[in-house]
Design a protein around this ligand. Structure first.
Ligand code: ATP
Length: 588
């Protein structure tokens, strides 16, 4: 049962046990509400039998105090078992989701969109919180207490019990049979919401390009259609809920009428006494209240399937694992017949073999789409390869825990990610715990001091979201400073100096040459000038190693590298041929 609950409602083991406790407490708290009814029944019975209530006054006072105490205690227990444990569990769920996401390979994220994941972490967690604190324990509590009360009703009078209880299975049947239909509508509503959230996110991210291309109006038409789709789907879902839940509620109310009618008839026939009739009416009024709430929640509980399966998909997805004990000898990176395909199944790397040696600079070059970035993703376990092996210092990287492996790398990406924080803290991400002096030394090596010193708060200046207050070159220099600070034995530079001007590129390359001494360096570059000084060049074309060797050797064989170098030399001399006619046109 515990395992079932864990899977069904994406709970931890402790969360599932707490949920069972909540079921028991809810049942008790509903059951004790019947005690005051019993006391009232006894009082009316005494009055009718003309017993002197004065003799029984202490019985009623003690009985009332006991009822009150029981209600207080069970309410307190129910509160603790549902609310406190739910919020504890919610914290555990959110942390385990975050932990899991941290350990999932990037391949998982390329299958999912950000809006979907954000919704799982925020909205789905909040929904499960409400379900675990209210809907599910209330449903189980109301059902269990109703069953017990129903049994005692049958004990008193079968005919009246049937008149009071026939509505329950009918109302439940309405909700359960409609659930599949309602679920489908809810799934469609969720899809429409996701498409809309994606649209908003895409719109905000691409605002600059939309403005530059005067495409805002066209884009807004598409976004408007998505909003309308959400509106339509929400109306349909709410209508469905209203029809089915409304019908179930009405059927429940019929129970009071049938009890009154059947009871009246039996009373007139003399089959039952006034007291039994009165007691049934009292009990019926008590059991329908929790049942009405329960029926409302039942459709919500059934619809939990969608968020729970989305959450389980994250929680049960295979993680990248490995040892955190390194036994590598040196830091040579060796690719042996590595093959890889992204989720679309297209083979992107085919039998890739090369060695990036420690103390050398290995440059990956080749035409666009040749597989350079993919090779770097394999080396860092951002994605796991399908065939072959990759080793670092002789140790198979697929057996190394990804976070441990990444400790060996200083990486500078082409698309830099910065945080809305100070320059100092953005660089300190390279090595947590580095002193201010160490951060500033790294910043100076990456020539960040040139712009940091000019800012009002110098290294303590805020740089805006993703460094929006800085230029492309300045952002790139910050990420290079991080790599300097981390000072790991393997350096991976993915077009690291691409957004720098020639002067800054030369200065940073000079600093980089100090950083890379005795390290394994892999550079991905398009500009042949950047890789001319490399010790080894690996040319990747269509996922194959087309050529490899020293720059001199590759020039001699007159292959792709030599052709690319020549073409880039020619393009360096290229100029706008139409300059004259352009000027003439302007003057005219
Ligand atoms: N996340 C992904 N999902 C599916 N296919 C991808 C993904 N990333 C890259 N590819 C495909 O893999 C192939 C190799 O891409 P990769 O980015 O490794 O090439 P590259 O040599 O680095 O290109 P460029 O020089 O343009 O950056 C391309 O055909 C690309 O379309």
């Amino acid at each position: 049962m515990i395992r079932n609950l864990q899977h069904k409602y994406a709970l931890s083991e402790r969360g599932a046990k707490d949920m069972i406790k909540a079921f028991v407490c809810c049942t008790l708290s509903y059951l004790v509400l019947i005690f005051p009814v019993g006391l009232l029944y006894s009082l009316v019975s005494d009055l009718m039998e003309e017993k002197a209530p004065a003799d029984r006054i202490s019985f009623y006072v003690i009985g009332s105090i006991l009822c009150l105490a029981l209600i207080l205690v069970t309410t307190y227990l129910q509160y603790n078992a549902t609310f406190l444990s739910t919020y504890k569990e919610s914290g555990i769920r959110r942390i385990s989701l975050a932990e899991k996401l941290r350990k999932l390979p990037l391949s998982f994220f390329s299958e999912k969109d950000l809006a979907d994941l954000t919704s799982s972490i925020m909205a789905d967690c909040a929904l499960l919180e409400t379900a675990s604190s209210h809907w599910i324990p209330e449903l189980v509590g109301a059902l269990a207490s109703t069953v017990l009360i129903a049994v005692s009703m049958f004990f008193f009078d079968c005919r009246l019990a049937i008149a009071a209880l026939w509505v329950l299975p009918v109302a439940f049947a309405v909700i359960l049979t409609s659930s599949k239909f309602v679920n489908r509508k809810q799934e469609k509503q969720m899809d429409a919401k996701m498409a809309f959230a994606d649209g908003i996110q895409e719109c905000l991210e691409s605002l600059r390009d939309l403005k530059a291309n005067n495409s805002q109006d066209d884009y807004m038409i598409g976004l408007d259609a998505k909003i309308k789709a959400v509106e339509k789907r929400t109306i349909i879902t709410e209508l469905n809920n209203a029809v089915f839940n409304g019908s179930a509620r009405m059927i429940l109310k019929l129970g009071i009428a049938t009890t009154a009618l059947v009871g009246g008839k039996l009373l007139a026939d003399g089959s039952i006494g006034v007291l039994t009739y009165f007691m049934f009416l009292l009990v019926v009024s008590r059991i329908y209240d929790p049942m009405t709430t329960t029926l409302d929640n039942l459709s919500g509980i059934i619809a939990l399937n969608v968020p729970c399966s989305r959450m389980n998909e994250i929680l049960e997805h295979a993680m990248q694992t490995g040892t955190d004990r390194l036994s590598n000898k040196g830091y040579d990176i060796k690719f042996s017949n590595v093959g890889f395909a992204y989720n679309d199944g297209k083979q992107v790397l085919k039998n890739v073999s090369f060695t990036a040696k420690q103390g050398e600079v290995t440059a990956l070059i080749g035409p666009s789409g040749g597989g350079k970035t993919t090779v770097s993703r394999m080396a860092t376990r951002f994605w796991d390869y399908d065939q072959g092996t990759i080793t670092v210092g002789g140790m198979d990287i697929s057996k190394i825990e990804p976070e441990k492996l990444l400790e060996l790398y200083s990486i500078v990406f082409q698309d830099v990610t910065l945080f809305n924080n100070t320059i100092m803290e953005n660089i300190r991400i390279g090595r947590k715990g580095a002193t201010d002096e160490e951060v500033i030394a790294a910043a100076k090596l990456a020539h960040c001091d040139e712009f940091a010193e000019k800012l009002p708060d110098r290294y303590n200046s805020m740089i805006g979201e993703n460094g929006c207050d800085l230029s492309g070159g300045e952002r790139q220099r910050l990420s290079i400073a991080r790599a300097f600070l981390k000072d790991a034995p393997i350096i991976l530079l993915d077009e690291a100096t691409a957004s720098l001007d020639v002067e800054n590129e030369s200065l940073i390359q000079e600093s980089l040459s100090k950083l890379i001494q005795n390290k394994t360096v892999i550079i991905i570059a398009h500009r042949m000038r950047t890789v001319a000084g490399a010790d080894r060049i690996v040319v990747l074309k269509d996922g194959n190693v087309a050529e490899q060797g020293t720059p001199e050797y590759l020039c001699q064989i007159d292959g792709i590298y030599s052709h690319m170098a020549k073409t880039q030399m020619e393009s360096a001399q290229w100029q706008l041929k139409n300059t004259r006619s352009y000027k003439e046109g302007k003057q005219a």
